[in-house]
Design a protein around this ligand. Structure first.
Ligand SMILES: *Cc1c(COP(=O)(O)O)cnc(C)c1O
Length: 200
């Protein structure tokens, strides 16, 4: 995709950081960003990036290893866990035992709150079992159903916060370009933003 200039992205990134405050980590979603354009993010001052595909993660990390901190935000297949272990500091999207058994870095557990068949994520009743089995889980993540109105996401974000609190977890990864403001109001500690920074 064509991206905005480094100057524009830098300006948007600074505004976003100011808006969400220092308690929230902005994870810049890079799935639409080409290998070459990763340099633009570096120039723009971006610190933490989130990648969806293990193969892209590997290629981008090979070239820009020390420029960013690397998170994994995509569907985590068990045969790709090794790459993620080697490169990342956090997985946002853990949702299976097969991946969890091989994971060696901290993770957030993805919860499918709307019960959407097309989405990954464990059911709320499964959270306790995962926490018992995998003490490296630090918090929860969710992707609410697509909606035009960010307020539609609020009940999902609130529910995720309640579940985290019930289980004594402090980290909450929730909110994308279109609903990160609402997510921050509901006490997100990570927002994952792409589109809003890059669109020309
Ligand atoms: C792409 C993606 C995002 C960012 O979405 P935008 O609408 O581009 O802000 C966040 N989380 C996940 C899991 C993604 O795949």
């Amino acid at each position: 995709m064509s991206v905005a200039t480094a100057l524009e992205i830098g300006e948007r990134y600074r505004r976003l950081r100011d808006e969400v405050g220092s308690a929230v980590t902005v994870v810049v979603a890079t799935k639409y960003v080409s290998l070459e354009d990763m340099a633009v993010l570096d120039d723009a001052g971006v610190e933490v990036v989130g990648e969806n595909r293990a193969q892209d993660l590997l290629a981008k990390h090979a070239r820009f290893a020390d420029r960013f901190r690397w998170h994994f935000i995509g569907h985590l297949q068990s045969n790709k866990v090794k790459v993620v272990n080697d490169v990342c500091e956090l997985v946002h999207s853990l949702s299976s035992d097969s991946a969890a058994r091989r994971l060696a870095i901290p993770a957030l557990l993805e919860v499918n709150l709307a019960g959407e068949a097309t989405k990954s994520g464990v059911e709320p009743v499964e959270i306790a079992g995962y926490l018992e089995r995998y003490p490296f889980i630090r918090g929860l993540m969710t992707m609410p159903p697509l909606a035009d109105d960010p307020e539609v996401s609020r009940p999902y974000f609130r529910r995720l916060r309640e579940l985290a609190s019930e289980h004594g977890l402090s980290e909450l990864s929730m909110g994308t370009s279109q609903d990160y403001r609402v997510a921050v109001e509901e006490e997100a500690t990570y927002v994952r933003v792409g589109e809003a920074l890059f669109s020309p």
